[in-house]
Ligand binder design. Structure first.
Ligand code: ADP
Ligand code: MG
Length: 345
């Protein structure tokens, strides 16, 4: 996990907007040939071959994150990663980001530096340039908006609408861990409120907590699929839980689907924590959220190319639209999927 420094206290009022922007810009490095001009002018200048993909996401304190258990450095990292995930879900490579922050005077310069340390780390990890943003004050709390730009030069962008009947449904990694990580953190926070001397032992939950606090986006899968010469027919990233994402694919592609419960990839730690919390692990995988894995469809003839790859699991197949979107349970029951999603509201 990311280490936090001990905070000193420089108020943002003293510092002023320009000095703050300067701080943000200071460690932003421009590495890509497609970034002609980064921070410092009225607009950044980019030079992409082929198609450009763009996506944006907004994070609001108290709605999307709780600084009670989310350190600022992790927040900065995660805010970037969730946006990059949307670019990878188009089968594209992420290249640049813009970051806008609205911040109240409750925050110090040092706190903002923590936030930006996470942002810069994510840029470095994923090879993207921070090329601009906006900075303003807010009456209350912290709001963050990240815009990610990517390039789909090599292949056409992969849309949600390209799935067809009988194609295979594939998911990367494993599901449900980020959601249970949040449950663990929330429980520890409640215990801490009741007893501030309580020292949380998160050791048995490291994997889940890390999946919540420091999620990663599947840049590697875009590269892997290119190397395997597999072009997904449709793709989406899993931010709101498997059920709601697969239903997006079905809706946009005019097909139905069958997901087999026994095929859904679950980490052993997730299974044991679900037992501890007395919740059903399939439900968590279907309706949890924030996994940032990729869900995509491939043609049957591509199966041999992905077979046995530890990153990829075939969890079902697409059907005719009239069949609807269904889960086939371990007991061979066919039940319609419900998309509860992970609602911020
Ligand atoms: P303008 O008044 O034209 O919006 P700003 O003073 O807001 O210009 O920004 C100056 C430069 O700093 C621009 O290149 C802008 O993209 C960049 N910038 C401003 N805020 C941020 C931020 N929070 N993160 C990264 N870059 C920023
Ligand atoms: Mg501005």
């Amino acid at each position: 996990m990311l280490e936090d420094k001990k905070p000193a206290k420089t108020s943002l009022d003293e510092l002023g907007e320009f000095a703050l922007i300067e701080q943000f810009a200071k460690s932003a490095t421009v590495a890509l040939p497609s970034t002609l001009h980064g921070i410092g002018d009225d607009a950044a200048v980019l030079n992409h071959e082929g198609k450009t993909v763009v996506s944006t996401d907004m994070l609001v304190e108290g709605i999307h994150f709780d600084l009670g258990y989310m350190p600022l450095k992790h927040l900065g990292y995660k805010a970037v990663v969730v946006n990059l995930s949307d670019i990878y879900a188009m089968g594209a490579q992420a290249t640049q980001i813009l970051v806008s922050v609205a911040v109240s005077n409750r925050f110090t310069l040092e706190a903002m530096e923590e936030l930006y340390a996470g942002i810069h780390l994510a840029c470095k990890t994923y090879g993207v340039d921070l090329v601009g943003g906006d900075t303003t004050s807010s009456r209350q709390g912290l709001q963050l908006s990240v815009t990610a730009v990517g390039s789909a030069a090599e292949a056409a962008p992969v849309l949600r609408s390209g799935a067809a009947d009988k194609e295979l449904l594939v998911v990367t990694g494993d599901l449900g861990a980020a959601y249970m990580g949040l449950q663990v953190l929330a429980r520890e926070q409640d215990v801490f409120k009741a007893n501030p001397n309580h020292k949380p032992d998160l050791e048995p939950y490291t994997f889940l907590v890390e999946r919540q606090l420091k999620p990663e986006a599947r840049k590697d899968i875009v590269e892997l699929l290119q190397a395997l010469e597999v072009t997904p027919t449709s793709m989406i990233d899993i931010s709101d839980g498997l059920a709601s994402e697969v239903m997006h694919l079905c809706q946009k592609s005019d097909v139905g689907c069958r997901i087999y419960e026994d095929k859904i990839p679950l980490d052993p730690q997730l299974i044991s924590v679900c037992e501890e919390f007395n919740v059903d692990s399939t439900t968590i995988a279907l309706s949890g959220g924030e996994d940032y894995e990729l869900l995509f469809t491939i043609k049957q003839e591509d199966f041999d190319k992905i077979k046995g790859n530890p990153n990829l699991t075939v969890i079902g197949h697409m059907t005719e639209k009239s069949d609807g979107a269904n889960l086939v349970t371990r007991g061979d029951e066919v039940i319609p999927l419900k998309a509860q999603g992970w609602k911020a509201f």
